[in-house]
Design a protein around this ligand. Structure first.
Ligand SMILES: *Cc1c(COP(=O)(O)O)cnc(C)c1O
Length: 463
């Protein structure tokens, strides 16, 4: 709808959002299980509870804003992925979505492996006891120090991203007298996001070695010649927040055709194929993500079919979900501050955080849901925009939301599905203190990442 079609100036109808928030939901008090972590309910007082704990008590004890992580849900999702893929496949959690020592411990206990993409992510993983052979190192510009540390600690695989890196990793493994297991990351020319995918995407991006034009085949040639590298497979990652399996189908077909080429040229059948992550989650009730069981079945069938057609033994499959595991397990708890109704437009509801704890709305135009969680309300729905407290008009947390018209300063709002890429991408803009991550389970809450303090910031600022 074009706004200029209404010369009389903005009226309510002009600013009504499209899609999910085109109309108010039937009941603003419902906490829909499609977007909230699985132990979230409302208690007899009307307040939301998670892991058996009232959000008002959590706000009181840990302050706001805070990320509240449902540990039971996190573990259940790990188990669902593990069970869906079974013993013939590996599930690598993509640590960049959210990494902390507690999370590493849970992953270890639940039998998942771990992707890291920096030396410091590797340090956290090792410190928390993840066995090195269950860690994969990613990155398009791994430093010499990062490569050295990865080889030294014996990570299970390094995913090679360029010709220069092949030489660097080989030299380092050589120097340490080791043979390093590696995969080659290829770009298959598929780009997938949410509901659509492009099967002929430009290879005009920084990751991987292109299948088209033979870069990937040349990388295989070089790696196979190097004594200090053991080429175990091919890696592909096609996008993020993907619901449609069609993009994976094209990617798998292209990766398998490379495996067949490698067999024909070198007489070698590579034993592993990694199809990356990028599986979508529900941010609003409009999103309809696939379950791990369906994803495993679809990927398994695609790879098996393509390998049979190419007369290849089916390689060991691995996947790398980040968002799909941690995303739905946490919500951000905020306190409402200033409320500013703009006549005929909408009401701006300011919360005590913003783009410093959730950059995704500003960065990707991401959609989120939001609910009043400290109480229920029977008031009329009010078209709202939930904004932060930062000095930037793009500091929006939830662009379009219906909240009850009796919303008042001091009420608690929660934004679900903030487990992935929120704390991980948090900043100190305006010297904001990055919020804590509080893990709740079975009536107990514990801080797994503490809130930053003024002293933390002043300590960095050496004057
Ligand atoms: C980011 C990334 C992932 C995880 O993506 P999600 O969207 O969080 O599932 C997996 N593999 C690679 C190589 C990535 O870069």
């Amino acid at each position: 709808m074009s706004r200029s079609a209404h010369p009389a100036g903005p009226r309510h109808a002009d600013v009504l959002p499209e899609g999910h928030y085109a109309a108010p939901p039937a009941d603003l008090n419902t906490l829909d299980t499609r977007v909230w972590s699985r132990t979230v309910t409302r208690n007899a007082d009307g307040a939301a509870e998670v892991g058996g704990l009232d959000v008002r008590a959590l706000a009181e004890e840990f302050g706001t804003p805070a990320y509240i992580l449902d540990e039971a849900d996190f573990r259940a999702r790990c188990r669902a992925w593990r069970a869906a893929f079974g013993h013939g496949a590996d599930v690598f959690y993509a640590g960049k979505a959210f990494l902390s020592r507690a999370v590493v411990k849970w992953l270890h206990e639940e039998g998942l492996n771990l992707d890291v993409c920096s030396g410091t992510e590797l340090a956290v993983a090792l410190d928390a006891g993840m066995p090195a052979e269950r860690i994969a190192l990613h990155g398009n510009n791994k430093s010499t120090a990062e490569i050295e540390r990865a080889v030294e600690t014996g990570v299970g695989r390094i995913v090679l991203d360029s010709f220069q890196e092949i030489a660097r990793v080989a030299a380092e493994a050589d120097r340490q007298g080791k043979r390093q297991r590696v995969q080659i990351r290829v770009t298959v020319g598929v780009e997938a996001h949410t509901h659509e995918f492009i099967a002929t995407a430009h290879e005009d991006q920084k990751f991987g070695l292109a299948l088209a034009g033979g870069q990937a085949a040349e990388a295989v040639r070089r790696v196979l010649k190097l004594e200090s590298l053991e080429l175990v497979g091919i890696h592909s990652h096609i996008g993020s927040q993907i619901f449609d399996m069609a993009g994976f189908e094209v990617a798998a077909r292209r990766v398998v055709s490379l495996l067949a080429e490698v067999r024909d040229e070198h007489g070698v059948e590579l034993p592993e194929i990694d199809l990356g992550g990028g599986l979508g989650i529900a941010y609003t009730t409009d999103d309809d993500p696939r379950e791990p069981q369906e994803i495993a079945k679809a990927l398994g069938e695609i790879v098996t079919r393509e390998c049979e057609a190419a007369r290849l033994a089916v390689p060991r499959l691995s996947v790398e979900p980040g968002r799909a595991i941690v995303g739905p397990t946490a919500f951000t708890l905020y306190e409402v501050g200033t409320i500013k109704p703009l006549d005929g437009l909408r009401t701006y509801v300011s919360v005590d955080g913003g783009m410093s704890d959730n950059i995704r709305t500003a960065l990707y135009d991401a959609e989120y849901s939001v609910s009043l969680v400290s109480r229920t309300s029977d008031a009329e729905p009010m078209l709202s925009r939930v904004v932060g407290k930062h000095c930037e008009s793009g500091d929006i947390v939830v662009k379009d939301a219906f909240l009850p018209a009796d919303l008042a300063p001091g009420d608690l709002l929660a934004v679900p599905a903030t487990g992935a890429y929120c704390r991980a991408m948090a900043s100190n803009y305006n010297h904001a203190l990055r919020p804590p991550v509080v893990a709740v389970t079975d009536g107990r809450a514990r801080v797994i990442v503490r809130r930053e303090t003024e002293e933390d910031l002043l300590r960095l600022d050496v004057g």
